[in-house]
Write a protein that binds this ligand. Structure first.
Ligand SMILES: Cc1cc2nc3c(=O)[nH]c(=O)nc-3n(C[C@H](O)[C@H](O)[C@H](O)COP(=O)(O)OP(=O)(O)OC[C@H]3O[C@@H](n4cnc5c(N)ncnc54)[C@H](O)[C@@H]3O)c2cc1C
Ligand SMILES: Cc1cc2nc3c(=O)[nH]c(=O)nc-3n(C[C@H](O)[C@H](O)[C@H](O)COP(=O)(O)O)c2cc1C
Length: 777
């Protein structure tokens, strides 16, 4: 701080955060008086090994080379991750971890702190803040169950989320020194698994985890620690080589099984008190970064206290800087936590795919990142994927995105889909030259499947006056011209999305006032119930039986026209608040007849309509249904769990693939956007219902597509906006990846060759830059 005065500092809690902060303060100004208060004795710490990355080690080296050298001496290194599952072991390399015993780490930090003149007060329980009020600075580093945070909960406002699974930290003398090891055991009580890693030559951490249901089935809730150890030894006998499991949590009452608490505080400081490490925020053990966060936060606060003009300013900078890091890590940790909570969904996957899904679970490791870590392993995984897709063993690997896919009699050359996108350029429902050029360009651009915009089955079923239709002979003829071009000039397949706008009809063009009624010339709206889209929209008329029958007839007629026009696939639009979606969601279906009420009732009309369309559509051609897998309004709307049931009902009827979108069903929706934000819904449906899916929503990179496919989160991947920006998205992606298996239109071959040459040159240049460390300017 700008003030020359030395500070009297109390670190409450002698874990990594408290000790390292004490060291960092003394290193910056030896005159600071620092005391660390800790309830344990110096040599009886709990927990086993902690994992640190090379990056953290570099930060420690910069902060204090003396303790960093000691820590580095204590490290056990390993490079591989091994997954034991149903008698197979999948192993990949290049992951580069190091581990150190928690006790060893703390002892190193205790010695270093002592040598720098820090006072260490062991066996002292912190009962309240009262005895420390006289200190200039109080650092609450008293862990995830922080007493200080609880005492000042009204100012720190902690948000504590108790996660679903049960886990227990154990140790063992069985060696796991060649790989970070995951062991999945299937038992008659349910799945149970271990995360095992070496942290000193003779000892490994062995964390056992399972669902609450499995935990109860085993009766762990009623077991003593000894009984738990014995039961876990029996379960994992095949991987323990006769070694015992050990606990060092005998201070905990009961069985020592825990639920992980995800902690995040709204405020990290109050007056002269500041939270640090687990007391401020925790990261799930499966991403192994709690200690890293604690150490790096300690360094950051010590820095700011010596660079900022006041303590308040230092706290502000510290919180701003560290909160960003914490949120980033907590986001990855949440993905990883959820993966383990939902793991039983993935255990039916092939071991190669399970392993891939495990490695990419936090979404921090991408497909290409895995290639850098272990090319041979990823090549093997890609070849496995291709074999599933083609039925024969390939000689070389190709990215999953470029593997073929078959649905009924329709063969797609790759997994990229141009997502349906309304163009608002039709005239009285007739697609124009705009549609020909727009769709033809995307079909030439390399995607395996191009889906038309929502094409409406009747004039009043249109969303806007500019929407395409398929209810008149001139529509059929215009669509046929487009389909014929796609089939004659490209090897893409083309699907038509059929829809009826229902309560969201009679609105302005997309680039005018979206979803707002027309200034003049509005038409009557139909819906399951008289519920308007918003207070500004028309109140729709509740559909009678006759209306339902008529609409089914319109869909059937449109499907027959689509067949005559030559489309390869039909997609029924049951999403986004339009007519069929309005039947499915309870937000807009208030019917009291058999077409309302329970999910089965609300699905009755969509299923009847599907059956009629299926009967009119050729057996060899597939049908997809697009759904909104979440209304994003909480439990009173459609939830992802409901979407699983919806997909089950559709599967039972013979739907070939579910196109998993979300939202746009209510103006109350509060979507959580982000990269690939709807993909978890597709993942859940695909793996719980065992039906093919398409993922969509903020999927922008080749890497996303490859990892979604390879991890079994979807079978096809739809991209909408990226295809507006670049009709040739797939061909360009192939060139960047150096993949030469795509077909370019013949007149464009010279352009293709130049693009590949430029891409190869850019790659070499990037490598040279990376080697020489030259910055791109
Ligand atoms: C028992 C335990 C075992 C763990 N084992 C592992 C592991 O094996 N691998 C891994 O990756 N992560 C492990 N973690 C998580 C990881 O260590 C934490 O993210 C990291 O230690 C955070 O550091 P910290 O200093 O903020 O908190 P902690 O390490 O929890 O340190 C807090 C310290 O404060 C002390 N304390 C708390 N309350 C009081 C009180 N009222 N009076 C006096 N002293 C108090 C505690 O005894 C503890 O020493 C473990 C955590 C705990 C608590
Ligand atoms: C201009 C535009 C028009 C759209 N029209 C439709 C449509 O007609 N039918 C449909 O199901 N989705 C439609 N969507 C939604 C997209 O298909 C896709 O689900 C959404 O844009 C998310 O994908 P993205 O992040 O790749 O853009 C439209 C999206 C855009 C951007």
């Amino acid at each position: 701080m700008q003030s020359e005065a030395a500070l009297r500092v109390a670190c409450l809690g002698g874990g990594p955060a408290g000790l390292y902060f004490a060291i960092a303060m003394k290193l910056r100004d030896a005159r600071h008086e620092v005391v660390v208060v800790e309830r344990n004795r110096p040599y009886d710490t709990f927990g086993w090994g902690v994992v640190l990355s090379d990056e953290t080690l570099a930060n420690l080296k910069a902060a204090d080379p003396v303790s960093a050298t000691e820590i580095a001496h204590g490290f056990v290194y390993w490079d591989d991750i091994a997954t034991h599952y149903r008698g197979t072991v999948a192993r990949s390399s290049g992951h580069g971890f190091c581990g150190i015993g928690r006790k060893r780490l703390l002892n190193i930090l205790q010695d270093r702190a002592r040598a720098l003149g820090v006072e260490l007060k062991f066996e002292t329980e912190i009962e309240s803040l009262e005895p420390y009020k006289g200190y200039d600075l109080i650092v609450a580093a008293d862990g995830a169950n922080s007493r200080v945070r609880t005492e000042l909960a009204h100012v720190f406002r902690p948000d504590i989320e108790v996660r679903r699974n049960k886990y227990i930290w154990l140790g063992t003398h069985q060696r796991f020194d060649d790989a970070f090891t995951f062991i999945f055991e299937e038992t008659d009580k349910g799945w149970i698994w271990a995360h095992a890693y070496q942290f000193e030559p003779e000892t490994a951490t062995f964390i056992v985890e399972c669902s609450e249901a499995t935990w109860r089935n085993f009766g762990f809730d009623a077991m003593s620690q000894e009984e738990t150890l014995a039961a876990c030894e029996r379960i994992f006998a095949g991987n323990l080589g006769g070694n015992r499991l050990m606990t060092n949590a005998r201070h905990l009452r009961g069985s020592a099984w825990l639920n992980f608490n995800r902690v995040l505080c709204q405020s990290w400081s109050h007056e002269n008190i500041v939270l640090m490490g687990d007391s401020a925020a925790t990261a799930h053990f499966s991403v192994g970064s709690g200690t890293k966060l604690a150490l790096e936060s300690a360094i950051a606060l010590a820095d700011y206290l010596h660079t900022e003009p006041t303590m308040a300013a230092a706290f502000e900078r510290y919180e701003e800087d560290r909160r960003t890091q914490v949120l980033r890590l907590q986001s990855a940790a949440r993905n990883s936590t959820e993966w383990f909570e939902d793991v039983e969904r993935y255990l039916a996957l092939h071991p190669v795919q399970l392993n891939y899904s495990l490695l990419t679970r936090s979404q921090r490791i991408s497909h290409e990142n895995l290639r850098q870590r272990d090319k041979a392993w990823l090549d093997g995984a890609e070849m496995w994927f291709e074999e599933q897709a083609t039925g024969h063993k390939p000689n070389a690997a190709r990215p999953p995105m470029f593997t073929p896919f078959r649905l009924r009699g329709m063969d797609l050359k790759n997994r990229v889909v141009v997502s349906p996108m309304a163009q608002y350029k039709a005239v009285d429902g007739t697609p124009t030259d705009w549609h020909l050029v727009h769709l033809a360009e995307r079909a030439k651009g390399g995607a395996g499947l191009v889906v038309t915009e929502m094409t409406c089955v009747s004039p009043e079923g249109r969303i806007t006056p500019g929407c395409t239709g398929l209810y008149a002979p001139e529509h059929e003829a215009a669509w046929k011209r487009i389909v014929d071009f796609v089939h004659a000039e490209t090897d893409a397949r083309i699907a038509i999305q059929l829809g009826h706008s229902g309560p969201k009809g009679s609105t302005q063009l997309g680039w005018e006032e979206m979803d707002a009624p027309l200034p003049t010339g509005n038409w009557e709206l139909l819906a399951p119930s008289p519920v308007p889209w918003s207070p500004h929209n028309q109140v729709p008329r509740e559909m009678t039986r006759a209306d339902l029958q008529r609409v089914v007839g319109e869909y059937v007629a449109a499907a027959q026209m689509a067949e005559r026009a030559g489309f390869d696939m039909l997609e029924l639009h049951y999403a986004h608040g339009y007519l069929l979606s309005a039947f499915i969601t309870p937000l807009t279906n208030r019917r009291t007849d058999e077409y309302g009420g329970s999910l089965e009732g609300r699905m009755r009309f969509p299923l009847e309509l599907y059956r009629a369309v299926r009967a009119a559509w050729p057996e060899a051609k597939p049908i997809s249904v697009r759904i909104s897998a979440s209304d994003w309004v909480g439990s009173h709307g459609i939830t992802p769990a409901d979407a699983v049931e919806i997909a089950r009902l559709l599967k039972r009827e013979g739907v070939d693939i579910i196109d998993v979108s979300a939202g746009q069903t209510s103006i109350e929706a509060r979507p959580v956007y982000g990269r690939m934000f709807q993909t978890p819904f597709s993942d859940r449906i695909r793996n719980e219902v065992d039906i093919a899916t398409m993922a969509v929503g903020n999927i922008t990179e080749v890497d996303h597509v490859n990892s979604i496919l390879m991890a079994g989160r979807a079978d096809l991947v739809c991209l909408a906006r990226p295809h507006l920006a670049d009709p040739y998205w797939t061909l360009h992606a192939a060139a960047r990846a150096g993949y030469t298996g795509t077909t370019w239109p013949k007149p464009y071959l010279a352009g293709r060759d130049q693009l590949y040459r430029l891409a190869a040159r850019a790659e070499t240049r990037a490598e040279t830059w990376a080697e020489t460390g030259t910055e791109r300017v």
